[in-house]
Write a protein that binds this ligand. Structure first.
Ligand SMILES: Cc1cc2nc3c(=O)[nH]c(=O)nc-3n(C[C@H](O)[C@H](O)[C@H](O)COP(=O)(O)OP(=O)(O)OC[C@H]3O[C@@H](n4cnc5c(N)ncnc54)[C@H](O)[C@@H]3O)c2cc1C
Length: 447
């Protein structure tokens, strides 16, 4: 049986990034990928990465002329349903072709020394006598093959082939995602009919979880919408949205559909000789379901922990636990807080209330910048508070929405603090989960 230091299931952006990082450290890495190379990253075409992320995460930055590059833009509007009071934020975003970018990431991993086996499908986990993961069985060219590894990483995307094959008592949640745990995203690639409507940036309507953004064609756009439950439900929301939102006149060229996890990340991302990441670990952003760079943030932590584990010869859950602690106390805490706020506000506020929030200045540039990580000036908080109180006095905001907003703020603060106190070691983990689940029960799910 072949033996590797690290075995990765899935050669999407997550698996390819981890493979490159760990191979660069001189360890042997095998990635198995069920698709042929010319089909990887073809689940949809265009995805976005914020300019600042390339350097922060050390990932390749394609430029105009490269196959993976599609377009870039800087203007991002957050808009009221009627598009009367859109707030502009400047954030440099690069649009990339997912297939070409995934191929690029794969080739970089191979250059670093990782071996990628395409058309090789994960079948089952292998366990040692003590019940710890010791490798995998996979199928390749009609044959069943076993491979052993010091650590196995599940980067197989939303279906989480290996995570869902773990025994119940392995310390990682092993249930498959349900329709309530994911976003059904529909993308319409359109041609805009009137020159005056050509886009200079993207616009996001939080009230409908929908957006219009540039595409590779400067006279075109991508109209996107994400909703829980099903694609049919997402289409219904779209029908509602176009009754209010004045979209530019357009012709639909093609439509793409895809699913992305839209739930908290799993409470633990590590077990003995095992880690889970990417969509398989639900590491997507709680604001919009994007998951490429948020997963890579966690994988950067994981690569350092794997290096330490190999050097000390200890690949146990205890040794890999630092991935959980470092991740959950940082990005995990931020995502949990934003999730609580988003769910609370979106579930409660009506389109009219959203309209008021924009027109009254309750939602300001500063508040939106703070959602993206900038510090929030005291004056902005004061202005938001004033507009809020005035909205209640004038009945622009209902009492039930007021109560829901107060609850959302309380839940957001509580879950943030709880994640910041994520246990240093597996001791106390069960208690931490119990409390987290109680808070999440109060937060609820997005409608
Ligand atoms: C419509 C849409 C638009 C999006 N836009 C953005 C965006 O703009 N920015 C952003 O950051 N994110 C975006 N996302 C989310 C992003 O696409 C995912 O978070 C990201 O692709 C996850 O990468 P991954 O490597 O974890 O999983 P995947 O890309 O799903 O890769 C998993 C790989 O594992 C392979 N695999 C699966 N099962 C097996 C098996 N049994 N054996 C072997 N191999 C297997 C699969 O073939 C696949 O290649 C979007 C999602 C959707 C649906």
């Amino acid at each position: 049986m072949d033996k590797y230091d690290l075995l990765i299931i899935g050669a999407g952006t997550s698996g390819a990034y981890l493979a490159r990082r760990v191979a660069q450290m001189g360890y042997s890495v095998l990635v198995i990928e069920s698709l042929p190379k010319d089909k990887i990253g073809t689940k949809y075409d265009i995805f976005h990465i914020e300019q600042r992320e390339f350097e922060r995460l050390g990932i390749p930055r394609p430029v105009e002329g490269d196959e993976a590059w599609a377009f870039e833009f800087e203007k991002n509007y957050n808009s009221d349903p009627l598009c009367l009071y859109a707030k502009l934020q400047t954030n440099h975003v690069v649009g990339l072709h997912l297939h070409e970018y995934t191929v690029l990431m794969n080739e970089l991993a191979e250059k670093a020394g990782a071996r990628i086996l395409y058309e090789a499908k994960f079948k089952s986990l292998l366990f040692d006598k003590a019940g710890r993961v010791s490798g995998i069985k996979y199928t390749y060219k009609g044959e069943e093959i076993e491979a052993a590894a010091r650590i196995t990483a599940d980067c197989s995307g939303i279906e989480a082939a290996a995570r869902t094959a773990l025994p119940d008592d392995y310390g990682i949640e092993n249930r498959p995602l349900t329709a309530e745990d994911m976003f059904y995203v529909i993308l319409r690639y359109v041609k805009i009919k009137n020159e005056a409507d050509y886009l200079d940036g993207s616009t996001f309507w939080a009230s409908y979880k929908s957006w219009i953004a540039p595409c590779a064609d400067p006279h075109g756009a991508i109209i996107g919408l994400g909703a829980c439950h099903s694609f049919e439900y997402a289409e219904k929301v779209y029908e509602e949205m176009i009754k209010t939102v004045p979209l530019p006149e357009h012709e639909v060229i093609r439509t793409e559909r895809g699913r992305t996890p839209f739930m908290r990340n799993f409470h633990s991302l590590v077990g003995d000789n095992f880690i889970v990441s990417g969509d398989a670990g639900c590491l997507t952003k709680s604001i919009n379901g994007e998951g490429v760079t948020s997963s890579i943030y966690e994988l950067k932590i994981a690569a350092a922990a794997i290096d330490r584990a190999f050097k000390t010869g200890d690949t146990s859950r205890n040794s890999l636990w630092r991935i959980n602690t470092e991740y959950n106390r940082t990005q995990g805490a931020e995502f949990a807080m934003l999730r609580a706020l988003l769910i609370g506000v979106i579930n409660a506020a009506t389109p009219d209330e959203f309209q008021y929030a924009f027109s009254s200045g309750m939602i300001s540039d500063e508040i939106l910048n703070a959602v993206n990580g900038s510090p929030m000036p005291a004056k902005a908080i004061l202005n938001t508070g004033r507009a809020f109180i005035s909205g209640i006095a004038k009945k622009n905001i209902s009492k039930s929405t007021l109560k829901a907003a107060a609850r959302a703020l309380k839940n957001a603060a509580e879950i943030f603090i709880h994640y910041r106190n994520y246990p240093e070691t597996p001791d106390g983990f069960e208690k931490w989960c119990e409390k987290a689940d109680k808070i999440y029960d109060r937060i609820g799910k997005i409608k």
